[in-house]
Design a protein around this ligand. Structure first.
Ligand code: FAD
Length: 414
């Protein structure tokens, strides 16, 4: 047990998890964020809710380089680029493209498996007894394909998953309908993964973990960090000038971490990979479990009082306002899945995935910025791995050996 003090910057799923594990370790923890945990500004609020232990496939795959140019020109594709942003994207895009080789894909898949394989256990260890467990559901997860060609075209994904003991169960159209009679004829094949968990209200889930942290004595400062100074007694400067000093600082500001890292003298490569959701309130029926719609690259998840459809990858930076086309595409995808679905109202949300050029999160300290533990880069699986990044942050802060080779996740690897 430690009684040293630590400042955690950013209170999404990663920062709240780190703060709570550090508190359990005996640290005096101050969590800092301009918004409250569970706020819609956070990417942790609006995701698809999957504890995606099946996600061992990198964002960058060999086939993406072939498909991306056509996808960017196709208005119905789920990949968007604000062309005026391209020059600023280049320093990230070039290393991203270097990671699309088959050899890199296999190395990255190993790294992704290392951080996802125990995701259900990591979440359970964090939420048990906190009240956040009220927002966790259990069931299968099904990937839907329009036809045989689409199913066969996804062989590589299934093969990669098999290598990590994720065994798919193929489903025929009849088997799909038996499980979900509302499913339209648009989807003809499926693969099902058993023993899957999802979060039925990601914002309230983070808020409940945070409420527990506070109730147990953790401190929260609603403030923006403007820069961070590394060293033996690292400090963060808040907007307005106040300084907070600790024995360590954890940088867990999601897609905003790159700007703060620059202030440390450790520029990192991290993009805000923007995604959207459409939440349909009081739906006339709901999905029996989450679906991945492979043609729309969109996940449909039954949540508390809503059916949420989430997806799209849009590159346009942290600050651009939301675009109109992505939610329109998501709505079309839901219509194809469930033509009969009715709902009272719907709402659109946009969030920023923190995505590195190699799809792996950054976790650990760099000798170039001592005293600072980096914990970000969860890309499409940041909800899944947030509790593990949080626990690793606490292990690293306390100087415990971790049962994982952290080399592929070094924050200064680019
Ligand atoms: C459409 C969509 C669907 C997704 N679906 C899934 C899914 O099903 N499963 C999954 O595992 N992942 C999913 N993700 C990814 C996941 O949501 C993110 O990777 C994850 O939420 C990132 O968490 P975080 O805590 O790192 O960042 P965030 O939740 O974004 O939190 C970062 C925090 O840092 C704070 N911050 C920023 N600047 C400062 C500053 N200067 N000072 C202090 N604080 C600051 C912000 O206010 C924010 O609260 C999805 C993402 C999207 C967009």
């Amino acid at each position: 047990m430690s009684s040293e003090s630590i400042v955690v910057v950013g209170a999404g799923i990663t920062g709240v998890s780190a703060a709570e594990w550090l508190r359990r370790d005996g640290w005096v923890v101050t969590l800092v964020d301009p918004v409250r945990p569970g706020d819609p500004e956070q990417t942790s609020y609006g995701n698809a809710g999957l504890i995606a232990r099946t996600s061992v496939v990198p964002v960058a795959t060999p086939s993406l380089t072939r498909k991306a140019p056509a996808m960017l020109l196709d208005p119905n594709s789920p990949l968007f680029l604000r062309w005026s942003y391209l020059p600023r994207l280049m320093p990230w895009l070039v290393p991203f493209l270097r990671n699309t080789t088959t050899a890199r894909m296999h190395q990255i898949a190993r790294g992704l498996s290392d951080v996802t394989f125990d995701a259900n256990d990591q979440h359970r260890a964090l939420y048990e007894g906190t009240g956040a467990e009220a927002h966790v559901a259990h069931g299968p997860y099904t990937i839907l394909y329009t036809d045989r060609g689409a199913y066969d075209g996804d062989n590589l994904t299934r093969e990669l998953r098999r290598q990590y003991d994720l065994v798919p169960e193929p489903l025929s159209r009849d088997e799909l309908i038996e499980r979900d009679p509302n499913l339209s004829a648009h989807y003809q094949f499926g693969t099902l993964y058993e023993d899957f968990n999802w979060i039925t209200a990601p914002g309230p889930y983070v808020a409940a973990l945070f409420a527990y942290f506070q109730a147990q004595g953790g401190t929260f400062r609603q403030a923006k960090v403007v820069d961070i100074t590394p060293g033996d007694a690292p400090s963060v400067r808040l907007e307005g000038g106040e300084m907070l000093t600790g024995d360590k600082v954890v940088l867990a500001a999601g897609a905003w971490s790159s700007r703060l890292s620059k202030s440390l003298g450790l520029p990192i490569k991290l993009e805000a990979e923007r995604g959207y959701h459409v939440a349909m309130h009081a739906p006339s029926f709901t999905a029996p479990q989450p679906y991945m719609l492979t043609d729309a690259k969109c996940v449909v998840t039954p949540m508390q009082g809503t059916l949420r459809a989430a997806g799209i990858a849009e590159f346009g930076g942290l600050h651009a306002p939301p675009s109109d086309k992505p939610p329109a595409l998501i709505r079309k995808a839901v219509k194809r899945l469930y033509p009969q679905l009715e709902f009272e109202r719907s709402e659109v949300w946009m969030g920023r995935r923190p995505t590195t050029p190699d799809s792996l999160p950054s976790i650990g300290e760099s000798p170039r910025a001592p005293g600072i533990i980096h914990a970000y880069g969860g890309q499409h699986i940041g909800l899944t791995i947030g509790p593990k990044l949080g626990r690793l942050s606490a292990d690293i802060a306390s100087g415990r050996r971790v049962n994982l080779d952290l080399t592929p996740f070094r924050p200064d690897r680019f």
